[in-house]
Design a protein around this ligand. Sequence first.
Ligand code: VAH
Length: 319
Amino acid sequence: MKKILVTGALGQIGSELVMKMREIYGNDNVIATDLRKLEGNPVVMNGPFELLDVTDHKTMLELAKKYEIDTLVHLAALLSATAEAKPLLAWNLNMGGLVNALEVARELNCQFFTPSSIGAFGPSTPKDNTPQDTIQRPTTMYGVNKVAGELLCDYYFKKFGVDTRGVRFPGLISYEVLPGGGTTDYAVDIYYEALKSGKYTSFIGEGTKMDMMYMPDAINAIIKIMEADGSKLIHRNAFNITAMSFEPEEIAAEIKKHIPGFIMDYNVDPIRQGIANSWPNSIDPTCAKNEWGFKAEYDLAKMTTDMLEKLSAKGIGAK
Ligand code: VAH
């Protein structure tokens, strides 16, 4: 029976991953941790929850021993825009937290997952149908963190035999917990604003294509790669995965099919536009499909229908 500790469990991915993993492996077998405790939050209420600052290796190891975990899912990190605003904090948290988590996985012989990102690519990377193995010279602190993280996870596998696994996530779109400090967050904000006010001002400019994925597909990908036969994994820690790639005007057009009066304009944020410009237009997920059967279920149309339904059911935009 798996015994899983998740860091960053109250974040955009963690809040949904913990609930899904508890359904599969049992509530008491998924220990949620985060820097803060949100009273009444389902992740806190329906299974074990502990406060954890991932820069505190001692406490992380103590918790891992206390619950006798065999799997560590490390999600706690600063995203691209925040990392660009606070680069040294990002280095200390993103890399310090990752090293601590890898050390705990090594010491206790845990299986290990942490996400990379399309942010691990840079301006010199081929932009269209970006290959699994290619140039990685990111120009953001987040990208530096992600490339270093991919290499560190490979090292812990080769040097210490830690069963490390990971994927390069595209922008993730979800309705449970808002993302914070990301470049792709516009593709989440737009749904909320479409329901609340019928209009949205995009901080990412017209024509900016980026890879995206609906959260259910992201959660399924994490579980699928962690359950995969490790002997068949060639790339292990940085599988390109994606479900779709679109520009702001494409997601706006899809929303208009549901909310005909919806309008979008632009007020481009130069920082986040600069980050987006350094990323691919689309990436090639063939290796993930071949090595562990990755498959996305949601395209832009199906995701938009579900997002608007779920947000409306939460009362977003209700008058
Ligand atoms: C970000 N949502 O925008 C994250 C993600 C590919 C984007 O890494 O920073």
